[in-house]
Ligand binder design. Structure first.
Ligand code: FAD
Ligand code: DLZ
Length: 515
């Protein structure tokens, strides 16, 4: 019984469920296809990272004596899509079945359901057990709950896995060390230089190909430092555990102009593509704590991101798709400003976040949430183009993780399924957590007028525009009381400044109000 085993670009794990029962005579199919590279116009570095990692993984499988059929993007016979490539592989060969691990994105998962009928052959779609919690596990937890608070899901997974547990109690007597993890960067702190992987011949080939085929996509291709093999991703993990994890917690929310990575792990692209296993990464961090190499606030903060947030957002995505992305709870309709692509803005924090993104296909969480995300939220940008932007510009972006973070956490477009209140803030938050306001053309101390930081008046404009939806939110009660104390003149200034600014950045369409 010969089996065709399709491995997707984000399934680069030798222990993958679809490869476990490989037998001589089977064939592994991997394909670089235009459809996956362009369903959103991915950042050039993301395509290069994935194509190079796929090519290295194919070599790895061959070294394990597996028969791999690999279609490169410049192969003349390339069908252009994954289903087209499966059809081509089946043509004229006698396979008895196709085996594949479920796709991480809803669109492809749905498409795969029709493959058996389409190809006239059994197609076995296996569960992706690289996640710590299955979808059934998440659904069982979510069932009947009024609020899906991540913290409680995370605690259950801590208990089940034993990660950072002291018997039945959390290590250190607390589940969460968030309050220790909001420090501003001291001006004299040394930020460690990142370990970089230099492109080998396979990566150099891919870089040329990507420039040739996808040269008009967003992003810089030069200075390519991504790991593209399991060993090199492991080296990045080792570097992080030694050099950055000890201060990960303290400066988790900090930002600094020109410093893309600070003490973050920069491992998400590897974990999501399958080069690193999420549970092993958590265990490595836990070990650093037990060996006294990293403090508990850092290790718990890090483990929470992976065991908590990463597992939780995937559960949310598959529980609520496809309706999830249709939601637009705040009825936001303005177009995405051009500066998300060009970085051509006088707001220093936004410019830095976009330039970092363009250069590295990476920005850390606080830049994504509190700078570009916060701006899109308070400016009332339509969630659809914002989702497309986040899905295309980051090397770690797949819809299962991008959509809940963008649509739910950053934009509150899901109406509060994930967050109890919108993550909206004025310039004061950015000033507190970064150095960007010091060199900004706008003044964070000014609340109104052409020189004022746009985050300041857009914040109030957001609360006014969304008063019908948000006034009843008990976590915003104090803020609406402040708004009630605002005089007519000030409210008028907020409105006028916001309209002037929307016109200046070319997004002045009036916001439609829900009927
Ligand atoms: P670290 O800060 O070092 O965190 C460690 C690890 O925890 C990450 O590598 C990642 O695997 C995981 N993690 C941390 N936060 C989250 C989170 N909120 N959700 C899921 N996993 C998390 N993450 C993606 O992997 N892909 C995305 O497409 C993505 N889009 C985002 C969009 C928005 C608007 C926001 C606010 C966040 C998004 N995130 C996304 C989550 C988070 O910003 C990134 O995982 C993180 O910045 C990756 O950098 P890092 O590896 O240095 O993470
Ligand atoms: C993101 C991506 C890109 C850019 N290219 C490919 C590809 O050519 N072949 C492939 O198998 N996968 C690719 N991927 C990853 C897929 O988009 C990903 O597997 C689906 O979105 C499901 O998560």
């Amino acid at each position: 019984m010969a089996t065709l085993r399709l491995v997707l670009g984000d399934q680069l794990t030798a222990e993958l469920a679809s490869l476990r029962d490989y037998r001589t005579g089977d064939k592994v199919l991997m394909a670089e296809v235009a459809e996956e590279a362009t369903y959103v116009r991915h950042h050039k570095k993301k395509i290069a990272f994935l194509f190079s990692a796929m090519r290295h993984f194919a070599e790895d499988l061959r070294s394990r004596q597996m028969d791999v059929a690999y279609t490169s993007i410049d192969d003349e016979a390339n069908a252009g899509s994954l289903d087209g490539e499966v059809a081509r592989a089946l043509h004229g060969e006698s396979f008895d079945r196709v085996v594949v691990v479920e796709a991480g994105e809803y669109r492809l998962r749905e498409a795969m359901k029709g493959w058996a009928e389409r190809f006239g052959i059994p197609v076995e779609i296996r569960r992706d057990d690289r996640f710590i919690a299955s979808q059934d596990r998440f659904d069982a937890w979510a069932q009947g709950r009024k609020r899906l608070t991540m913290e409680y899901f995370y605690r259950e997974l801590r208990r089940e896995t034993g990660l950072l547990m002291d018997g039945d109690d959390p290590a250190g007597g607390q589940w969460n060390f968030d309050h220790d993890n909001r420090k501003k960067l001291p001006s004299d702190i040394t930020i460690p230089d990142r370990a970089r992987i230099h492109p080998d011949a396979i990566t150099e080939d891919v870089l040329r190909l990507v420039e040739d085929r996808f040269g008009d996509h967003f992003g810089d291709l030069d200075d390519f430092w991504y790991a593209v093999t399991v060993d090199d991703a492991q080296a990045h993990l080792d570097w992080f555990i030694d050099q950055a994890l000890p201060r990960f917690g303290d400066y988790q929310d900090a930002m600094k102009l020109g410093e893309a990575f600070l003490f973050h792990s920069v491992l998400s692209a590897y974990i999501n593509a399958g080069l690193l296993d999420p549970m092993s990464v958590c265990r490595r961090a836990e070990q650093a704590w037990t060996e006294g190499k990293a403090p508990l606030n850092a290790v718990e903060g890090f483990v929470r991101q992976i065991l908590g947030w990463r597992e939780y957002v995937r559960g949310i995505y598959f529980r609520y798709m496809p309706d999830y992305l249709q939601r637009n709870a705040l009825n936001a309709h303005r177009p995405l400003p051009d500066f998300y692509w060009t970085a051509n803005t006088k707001m220093a924090c936004v410019r830095d976040a976009v330039l970092t993104t363009k250069r590295h296909a990476y920005a850390h969480h606080i830049q994504r949430l509190m700078v570009t995300g916060n701006f899109a939220l308070i400016a009332g940008i339509d969630p659809a183009p914002v989702n497309d932007w986040y899905l295309s510009v980051y090397a770690d972006a797949y819809e299962w993780v991008e959509a809940p973070n963008t649509h739910g956490m950053a934009l509150f477009a899901d109406g509060g399924l994930m967050a109890t209140k919108p993550y909206a803030s004025s310039g004061a938050y950015i000033n507190k957590m970064s150095d960007s306001c010091k060199s900004c053309s706008y003044a964070v101390t000014k609340k109104n007028g052409p020189q004022a930081c746009p985050f300041n008046y857009l914040y109030w404009n957001f609360l006014i525009e969304n008063e019908d939806s948000l006034r009843g939110n008990h976590r915003l009660g104090m803020i609406y009381k402040s708004l009630d104390r605002m005089g007519e003149e000030k409210r008028h200034a907020v409105h006028a400044d916001s309209q002037r600014f929307f016109a200046e950045i070319g997004i002045a369409e009036p916001k439609e109000k829900a009927s």
